[in-house]
Structures are given as structure tokens and as C-alpha cells.
Design a protein around this ligand. Structure first.
Ligand code: SAH
Ligand code: SF4
Ligand code: F3S
Length: 468
């Protein structure tokens, strides 16, 4: 049986008519209506912002890339680490001044921070210039909430803990004409002890396969060349659908859609990734040879305290199986330094794991206590300075490894998607494995696949020219 609630399509249709009502209200005000959508955090939020832009476009807004002078500012926030929250609070504070210069400016805040009670309270008390606050589960109700603000003139707070649902049919305004995000599921059930996501995004819920496949088909027909399937743990896709399908099955279905596009996906939790996934990746020619497989710590003891449900040995065995199946796989990962109770020996195990695996790229984070998570309460005796020294050491070693990995590309030729132009005039391109290439070529190449010969490399990127 399907456990996930799907919002009645008639309800989404109603939201669209409410967009038209907002538009009619705004039309009575002079001038063109502009909106600035400011997105923080992960790709999931990027994808959500594209739907929020879809609603805003339907309301008659055009988009700007600055809060200054915008008639509506929508901050789509992230709560993953303290630093992310500080940035948002700093920027919300600064909006007080832009609003003074533009008193009709509407200030809205949504995303993961909005679902935290202490954040909502602080906004209410200290940031009276914020007009509308709503959590990620209520994204689909944005038109209704904005209309309420406009008609009552009062601040609107929709930050309650409502069970999540899946909403189809919200219009989308995408940022790129080449690369597209496709959410395949929302929420997370894993409750890693450091992580805020399950609290702010709610339980896992999968979109129906026919809805996902219809969206990808449309993207392929529109000429999109790089499609990323998104979920906090894509390998548990489908468990709530009551159908006999899983993520490996979905990959095969997406792969069968006609078109010249690459398929990426993230994120895979090591506890749910395995043979079925690797086989599907190897079989599906459109699936990019890259896997983001966060390990978080090289110490089984710390992994247990993190509630990750795998060991160091289990993780390494998984990587070995993957590399046996797909030898040229590009492997990336996330790691946390300074989890409460992590000892110097535990950290050395993390160092030795990156030495064994040799990731192409690694996203490194210092543990940040999150309000309401179990890890927030754990004793944390390691001094800040030691965590920071460990962090720097890890980063320095990984940079060397990334540099060495990149050096191995030099002299070889790769099929790359040319996706833009950098400030230096060079074009930017990506290998199928997702490595950035700075390319000397005619801007007319943007949007096409090209054979690129790699001529040089650095820690962060490759340099190349068009192969003859
Ligand atoms: N669902 C994804 C990751 C989401 S968050 C997964 O399971 O891999 C992205 C990364 O942020 C995590 O992989 C983790 O490394 C890091 N992270 C999450 N919570 C954190 C915290 N409290 N402190 C520091 N890093 C954190
Ligand atoms: Fe957070 Fe863990 Fe869920 Fe990833 S799997 S979002 S780290 S709780
Ligand atoms: Fe941040 Fe929410 Fe993503 S907390 S990392 S925006 S799921």
C-alpha cells in the first residue's frame, strides 16, 4: 500500500488560481514586479527554489539577482550547520535597511531553517520586517500564504510540523537550459545523530515513478543534457510506494528514455548502496560514472555513535566491489571532523581511510551541534584548536590526492559537456565524471558535447583544448 500522501491535483490547481489573484492584486501597484530568490544549502533547495520561481512567474514576477530594489525577496534557507544559519540571520538583518529604502518590499523566508521552532521564534521577536515564513513541507501552499499576507496585511507564519506529502504539477522555472534537478523523493528517515534534516524535512516520501519519468522525458525533449536525480538517500527510493520497485529499477527506466543526456544522482547512503545499484550503473550507458558516497568517519566506533549503520570495513568492501564493477568510477564523499567524543585515534582512522580510498574530491566539515539532535547533548572533550588542526591536515592531504588524481587526466581525451564561460574568458566544461575543465574554445561550443584533450591540471580543475 502506498503510505505517502499525494496532494490532490485540484488543490494544486487552486494554488495556481491563487497565483492569478496575487497577480491581479499586484497589477494595481505601479511598475514591473521583480523578485529575488536567494537559495542556501543543497541541491534539494535549488530544486525547491525552481518550483517557487515557477509560482512567482505565474504571479507575474520577473527575476533579479539582488535584494536591492526587488519587490519580493524569498530566502530559501539551510540549517545543516551553524555557519549556514549565521549567514541567513546576517542577511535577514541587512534586509531591514533595504526595506527602509523600499517600504513595500515583501520579505519571505522558507526552507529548512523555517521549520525550527527556535528560529521561527527569533524571527518573530527580532525581525518584524519579515512578512512570511513557511517550512519546506508547505512549499506547495506558497501562493495561498502570500495571498493571505497581502490581503490581511499581517505577518504569516506557517511553520508547524505537518506531515510531508508529495505535490505534483507545481510550475518550474529552471536556472539552466542544460542541467536539471529532478527530485525523486523528499525527507529522510535515517536520523544520523548529528543531522537536522529528518527533523526539518520530515519522513521519506517517494514521487510516483510515472511522474518522475514524465518529467525526465520532457527535459530530454527540451534538450537538457545533464539530469540529476535528487533525494537525501536515493537508495531507499520507492520503499513507501507499495510497488515492487527500487532505485536501481528507476535508473534503468530513466536510462531507457530517448535522448543524448547524462544521468547523475545524489545522495547514496552506504547502508543502502550495493550490488543492485552498481550493476544498474554499469549497465546504463547514460548513467555518469560517478558516485557520491559519504563515509562521514573512518572509525567504526564513531560511525556507531553517528547511527550510520555500517562499519569502516563494510564501507571499504563496498568501495572495492564498486571499483571491481566500474573501474574508472569517480568517487566523492563527505566527512565530518570532530564529532563529539572523536579521539585522535578515531581521526587517524579517517586519515587512513582517505589514503586507502583516494577520493577524487571530498567535502570536509567540522561538526556543528544542531539543536534537538542527539549529538548536541554528547560530551565533546576535544578542544576546538585540535579539531581545527585535524581538519586542516585532512584538507591538505586530500588536496594533494585530488591534485594527483587530476594529474592522471593530462594527455587524455574526454567527452565533455561545455556548460558556460568563466570570468577569465575560458569556457567551462564537465567530464562525465563531473570534473571541471577550463577550456580554450569558441563560445559557440556552449551547450554541446565536445572531445576535449586535457593539457594541464590543478587541485581543483583540469585545463584542456578541443581534440582534433
Ligand atoms: N543526505 C546526505 C547528506 C546531507 S547533508 C547524506 O546522507 O549523505 C550533507 C553533509 O553535511 C553530510 O553528508 C555531512 O557530512 C554534513 N553534515 C550534516 N550535518 C552536519 C553537522 N551537524 N555538522 C557538520 N557537518 C554536517
Ligand atoms: Fe542527514 Fe543522515 Fe539523512 Fe543524510 S542520511 S540527510 S546525513 S540524517
Ligand atoms: Fe540544508 Fe536543508 Fe539541504 S538543511 S543541506 S537545505 S536539506
Amino acid at each position: 500500500m502506498r503510505q505517502t500522501l499525494t496532494i490532490d491535483p485540484a488543490e494544486i490547481a487552486r494554488q495556481l488560481t491563487l497565483c492569478d489573484q496575487v497577480r491581479a492584486l499586484l497589477d494595481r501597484r505601479p511598475g514591473q514586479k521583480t523578485a529575488f530568490v536567494d537559495t542556501y544549502g543543497c541541491q534539494q533547495n535549488e530544486a525547491d527554489s525552481e518550483r517557487l520561481r515557477g509560482y512567482l512567474a505565474r504571479m507575474g514576477y520577473t527575476f533579479t539577482d539582488s535584494e536591492e530594489g526587488a519587490d519580493l525577496v524569498l530566502m530559501n534557507t539551510c540549517a545543516i550547520r551553524e555557519h549556514a544559519e549565521h549567514r541567513v540571520f546576517g542577511n535577514v538583518g541587512a534586509l531591514l535597511h533595504t526595506k527602509r529604502r523600499h517600504p513595500d518590499q515583501l520579505i519571505c523566508l522558507c526552507g529548512c531553517m523555517a521549520r525550527q521552532d527556535h528560529v521561527a521564534q527569533r524571527l518573530r521577536q527580532s525581525f518584524p520586517h519579515v512578512d512570511l515564513v513557511f517550512g519546506p513541507q508547505l512549499l506547495w501552499q506558497f501562493p495561498q500564504l502570500l495571498l493571505e499576507k497581502l490581503t490581511t496585511g499581517k505577518r504569516v507564519y506557517a511553520t508547524d510540523d505537518v506531515p510531508g506529502a508529495v505535490a505534483e504539477g507545481i510550475p518550474v522555472v529552471r536556472q539552466s537550459t542544460l542541467k536539471a534537478w529532478v527530485s525523486i523523493m523528499y525527507g529522510c528517515n535515517n536520523f544520523c545523530t548529528y543531522c537536522i534534516v529528518p527533523y526539518v524535512r520530515g519522513r521519506e516520501r517517494s514521487r510516483r515513478p510515472e511522474d518522475i519519468l514524465a518529467e525526465v522525458r520532457q527535459l530530454a525533449q527540451a534538450g537538457y543534457k545533464d539530469i540529476t536525480l535528487l533525494g537525501q538517500n536515493v537508495n531507499s527510493y520507492g520503499k513507501d510506494l507499495g510497488l515492487d520497485i527500487d532505485f536501481a529499477w528507476l535508473l534503468e527506466q530513466v536510462n531507457a528514455i530517448p535522448g543524448d543526456f547524462l544521468i547523475r544522482f545524489m545522495t547514496s547512503h552506504p547502508k543502502d548502496a550495493g550490488t543492485r545499484l552498481f550493476d544498474a550503473m554499469a549497465r546504463c550507458e547514460k548513467v555518469a560514472p560517478v558516485l557520491h558516497l559519504p563515509f562521514q568517519s573512518g572509525s567504526s566506533r564513531v560511525l556507531r555513535a553517528m547511527n550510520r549503520k555500517y562499519t569502516r570495513e563494510g564501507y571499504l568492501a563496498l568501495v572495492e566491489e564498486l571499483r571491481a564493477r566500474i573501474p574508472d568510477i569517480v568517487l566523492t564523499s563527505d566527512v565530518i571532523v570532530g564529532f563529539p567524543g572523536e579521539t585522535q585515534e578515531d581521526f587517524e582512522e579517517t586519515m587512513s581511510l582517505i589514503e586507502t580510498v583516494r577520493y577524487d574530491a571530498l567535502f570536509t566539515f567540522i561538526f556543528s551541534p544542531r539543536h534537538g539532535t542527539p549529538a548536541e547533548k554528547l560530551p565533546d572533550p576535544m578542544p576546538k584548536e585540535q579539531k581545527s588542526a585535524n581538519f586542516q591536515r585532512l584538507l591538505a592531504r586530500q588536496n594533494e590526492i585530488s591534485g594527483e588524481k587530476h594529474r592522471a587526466y593530462v594527455g587524455k581525451t574526454y567527452r565533455c559537456l561545455v556548460d558556460g564561460q568563466g570570468g577569465d574568458g575560458k569556457l567551462t566544461a564537465r567530464t562525465a565524471g563531473g570534473r571541471l575543465v577550463h577550456l580554450d574554445a569558441d563560445p559557440a561550443c556552449i551547450g554541446t558535447w565536445q572531445q576535449v584533450r586535457i593539457t594541464d591540471s590543478s587541485t581543483w580543475a583540469l585545463f584542456g583544448e578541443l581534440a582534433e
